[in-house]
Design a protein around this ligand. Structure first.
Ligand code: NAD
Length: 355
């Protein structure tokens, strides 16, 4: 957090939160003044999309259920074409970051307003960040045209998430907030949101491990998703997001699991250069040492702690370290090849984090 001076811009999106908030969808669509809605989902969430079609009645003009991870440009073009052919004046994305990312790709091109209904904890719905993958390379950018106009958080929608998806997804949310705590462009409001987001998510995940359908834990996790996604949208991310982006993009590793495995190590790398942030992280987790607390949380939750467990080849670590050094980005501790290579090795092996 920058204590000298700061600029704060609140997100202009409208957030409707609570159990059953999907029931307010038609009200929200009418409030936007739109009449022809295209609904987006992944193939395995087409049932959720069809349920929205029923709720919307004649306002729904179609369902595009081809969303996939990392928004391939071909998928974006196909969905944009369908929106244009149907004369859609709004798109509703129901799902995780992949489906919301597809909505953003449509908005970038057409300025269609997006309504996002998140069902994971990735947090994309609160950010103006988009990504598009062309010829195997994912490019990201920031543009307020892609920020959803309305976000409906309905904790009932994530109750069916299997723990293998919900738990890494929750750590992915914690990662946004953890890096926000030391962002050079952070401020006291983003730090408050970040610390509360980490606290609420960590406590929700501990409950979800034993009781994956706990409605109170799903409420807490969605609340934390809103907080963590909001800070991701407002401040700059550092080493952690850069390394995860490189690992995911170059080796096609699963997004949320990669974040979960890397987080204790990237926090440990930055710990001595960001002591105030580490105090916030430790407070939020209720532990003495934030990075170790994150590692213990992963062990307790029973999710993978080693990159080798999720398909990372040992021979790729040098390349990731080099890519992480190749473009400058803000980070509290200066980037040193040796240090980054060493933290990647620990993450590969599943060893505890070392400051
Ligand atoms: P995802 O959207 O790919 O979802 C993972 C799988 O879970 C999908 O098959 C999905 O259909 C399924 N699923 C989602 N919700 C479900 C539910 N409630 N019940 C059953 N199945 C469900 O995964 P993700 O981690 O949410 O998103 C990852 C993508 O989002 C990545 O491409 C990442 O780069 C992007 N992302 C972008 C931002 C941003 O600000 N632009 C932020 C975070 C993540």
């Amino acid at each position: 957090m920058n204590r000298d001076s700061f600029t704060y811009s609140g997100s202009p999106s409208r957030v409707v939160f609570g159990f059953g908030s999907v029931g307010r969808l038609t009200e929200e669509v009418d409030r936007l003044g739109v009449k022809k809605v295209l609904i987006l989902s992944t193939p395995n969430q087409v049932g959720d999309a069809e349920r929205l079609r029923e709720i919307l009645g004649s306002r729904a003009v179609g369902v595009y259920d081809g969303a996939v991870m990392h928004v391939p440009i071909e998928t974006a073009r196909e969905a944009r074409r369908m929106a244009a052919e149907l004369g859609a004046d709004c798109a509703i994305a129901i799902g995780g970051g992949s489906t919301i990312g597809l909505g953003k790709a449509i908005a970038l091109d057409s300025r269609l307003p997006i309504v996002a209904i998140p069902t994971t904890y990735a947090g994309s719905e609160m950010t103006p960040i988009y990504g598009l993958t062309e010829n195997g390379v994912k490019k990201t950018g920031r543009d307020f045209r892609v920020l959803p106009k309305v976000v409906l958080y309905d904790p009932d929608l994530s109750v069916g998430l299997p723990p293998a998806v919900s738990i890494p997804s929750g750590i992915n949310a914690i990662a946004h907030a953890a890096e926000a705590l030391y962002a050079f462009d952070g401020n006291s409001v983003t730090s408050l949101m970040a610390e509360e987001g980490i606290r609420a998510m960590a406590s929700a995940l501990d409950t979800l491990r034993d009781d994956p359908r706990s409605r109170t834990a799903h409420w807490d996790a969605m609340y934390a998703t809103w907080l963590c996604g909001s800070v991701l949208g407002q401040v700059s991310m550092g080493l952690h997001h850069k390394l995860c982006h490189t690992l995911g993009g170059s080796f096609d590793l699963p997004h949320a699991q990669t974040h979960a495995i890397m987080l204790p190590h990237t926090m440990a790398y930055n710990s001595e250069a960001a002591t105030e942030a580490m105090e916030g992280l430790s407070r939020a987790l209720g532990v003495g040492n934030g990075p170790q607390g994150l590692y213990d949380l992963l062990l307790r939750l029973g999710v993978p702690t080693a990159l080798r467990q999720i398909g990372m080849p040992a021979g790729g670590l040098d390349q990731v370290a080099e890519l992480a050094m190749s473009a400058p980005y803000p980070n509290p501790r200066p980037l040193k090849h040796e240090g980054i290579r060493a933290l990647l090795q620990r993450a590969f092996d599943g060893a505890p984090p070392v400051a």
